[in-house]
Design a protein around this ligand. Structure first.
Ligand SMILES: Cc1cc2nc3c(=O)[nH]c(=O)nc-3n(C[C@H](O)[C@H](O)[C@H](O)COP(=O)(O)OP(=O)(O)OC[C@H]3O[C@@H](n4cnc5c(N)ncnc54)[C@H](O)[C@@H]3O)c2cc1C
Ligand SMILES: NC(=O)c1ccc[n+]([C@@H]2O[C@H](COP(=O)([O-])OP(=O)(O)OC[C@H]3O[C@@H](n4cnc5c(N)ncnc54)[C@H](O)[C@@H]3O)[C@@H](O)[C@H]2O)c1
Length: 466
């Protein structure tokens, strides 16, 4: 049966098998659950996001190290990437197997779960057309339907072939030259991967610096650091996109008459939440711009309907989706003891080269907020391990409140920035003062973490207490 006649009623319906697939823990074993997934089981992070990209980034890091080790007085070289071997290892041997295993587990080994493999949309309050010919309803619905690649009209109207992060990781071989449209996370990570593997990479950005969402000191230093290995076209908006004159590849023209050409175009211009594809209104669900509106507990405007992750979160980060899932999981099991999302200190990392990580306010945000701040930019090369590494670019930038002694913003650029940031995230999350963090513990000598210690010690307080 189809349309608005309900074929089956469930305790819980989950839309989306990314973070949503983690909802049915053992505590949900007595619930009758439907899972709707229109694509590959496991969602973005596993199949075409965080996991496979970092499986390319790691060998790219090694390739780049091999090519640049001579500054350390050792003779290594990069002899080429076995692209098809890398793709096979990432997808055929690992990611695809995990996706298949996850689907098989839910379909065949969980007696309380039914999987619908179609596009779910609301046809009434807590009622879903599964896109498979069945209409189902539930007491509770979790919307975890994520986001999708956003491609500007100038690209789609051009009629040329292009790639996005969804497709480029499975191409048969890397291009000789790659033009990347966009200068955010995905652009920075794929520029690193392809450039390290030997592709000539051009990056087009509308702003003057790459990764403009980061602190200005970081985005300027990052842009400077990559400017001799990537062909940058910054502060430029494409006027026309076409194939090259021989009909192959891509040619992007700018208003000033300049252009850039390459064998392949990668579009990395952001991701749009899938809220517009759910017929949310039929379910009584309000949107907030292009996202599903949720309160601090994860509740949408419709009774019994909850949402988490990229479809409702401005962060579009997997650790945020995971956190929100855990909060909603608790709230569904304990309606009398609702927990709130905690978005106070949300860290991020960009796995490019150099790596970037950050949490909290940028210097401009802190100044605009009128706070009495102290700022320290500490070079990796000022501490023993950074010196040993002959680390050319690393910096830790801290912004702290002179009144409370608390860290307001932490920004790291350089080797393993995503790891170095974590003690700072911990201090910011638990409200540790700069003084306590700097001198209330030992810092291993001569570990690279001394750059964090020195950055803390370099902050200027009226009563230093160090
Ligand atoms: C290239 C790339 C790299 C990334 N790297 C990182 C990283 O290093 N670190 C990080 O924190 N984040 C990273 N992210 C972001 C991260 O992947 C997302 O924030 C996260 O996966 C979002 O999880 P989610 O559960 O909200 O959505 P998703 O994992 O996207 O799951 C949504 C699921 O819902 C399904 N779906 C959608 N609509 C419907 C419908 N109507 N009916 C049925 N099914 C539907 C989709 O097919 C999908 O499987 C990356 C993203 C990309 C694209
Ligand atoms: N390491 C990570 O955590 C990681 C890695 C990859 C992706 N992600 C997530 O995925 C999201 C999407 O990544 P992304 O890089 O596509 O988005 P992004 O928001 O980081 O960057 C988008 C870029 O495209 C540009 N842009 C947008 N529209 C444009 C247009 N019409 N013409 C030219 N340029 C345009 C923007 O100015 C920006 O430079 C990220 O915001 C992030 O949340 C995270």
């Amino acid at each position: 049966m189809s349309g608005n006649t309900v074929d089956e009623h469930f305790d819980v319906i989950i839309i989306g098998t990314g973070s949503g697939n983690s909802l049915p823990s053992e505590d949900f074993a007595d619930k009758k659950i439907a899972i709707c997934e229109e694509w590959t089981f496991g969602g973005t992070c596993l199949n075409r996001g965080c996991i496979p990209t970092k499986m390319f980034v790691y060998p790219a890091d090694q390739a780049e190290a091999a090519a640049t080790n001579s500054r350390l007085g050792i003779d290594t070289h990069f002899g080429g990437a076995k692209w098809s071997e890398i793709v096979d290892r990432i997808f055929s041997q690992r990611v695809d197997k995990i996706a298949e295993g996850g689907e098989n587990y839910r379909r065949n080994e969980c007696d309380n779960i039914t999987v619908y493999d179609g596009h779910a949309r609301f046809v009434g309050p807590r009622t879903i057309d599964t896109g498979t010919g069945s209409t189902i309803s539930a007491d509770t619905i979790l919307i975890a339907a994520g986001a999708r690649v956003a491609v500007p009209h100038i690209v789609t109207d051009s009629g040329i072939d292009y790639h996005t992060s969804d497709t480029i990781m499975r191409i048969p071989e890397p291009p000789k030259s790659l033009v990347i449209l966009g200068s955010g996370y995905i652009a920075a990570e794929f520029a690193h991967v392809f450039s390290a593997f030997g592709t000539t990479v051009s990056v087009i950005g509308r702003s003057e610096h790459l990764l403009k969402h980061t602190d200005t000191t970081i985005s300027e230093a990052f842009t400077e650091a990559v400017s001799d290995k990537w062909d940058l076209h910054l502060g430029k908006t494409p006027q026309q996109i076409s194939a090259r004159t021989d009909g192959t590849g891509a040619r992007v023209e700018f208003a000033d008459g300049t252009f850039v050409e390459g064998d392949m175009l990668l579009v990395a211009t952001g991701r749009t939440p899938n809220a517009d594809l759910l017929d949310a209104k039929a379910g009584g669900i309000e949107l907030d711009g292009n996202r599903v509106r949720v309160d601090e507990f994860g509740r949408t405007s419709a009774d019994g309907v909850w949402a988490i992750g990229d479809i409702s979160s401005p962060y579009q980060l997997k650790h945020v989706a995971n956190h929100e899932l855990r909060v909603v999981q608790h709230n569904l099991l304990h309606p009398e003891d609702l927990r709130s999302f905690n978005h106070d200190v949300v860290p991020y990392a960009v796995f490019s080269s150099p790596q970037i990580a950050g949490a909290g306010m940028t210097e401009i945000e802190a100044r605009d907020a009128g706070l009495d701040i102290t700022v320290k930019v500490q070079q990796y090369s000022d501490v023993a391990y950074g010196w040993a590494m002959v680390e050319p670019v690393g910096i830790v930038k801290l912004i702290a409140d002179r009144t409370t002694g608390r860290i307001l913003g932490s920004h790291v650029l350089g080797h393993e920035a995503s790891i170095l940031i974590q003690p700072l995230v911990q201090a910011m999350t638990f409200g540790l003062t700069v003084q306590d963090m700097a001198r209330g513990q030992y810092w291993i000598h001569p570990a690279l973490t001394e750059v964090v210690e020195n950055a803390l010690l370099g902050l200027d307080f009226p009563d230093r207490g160090f």
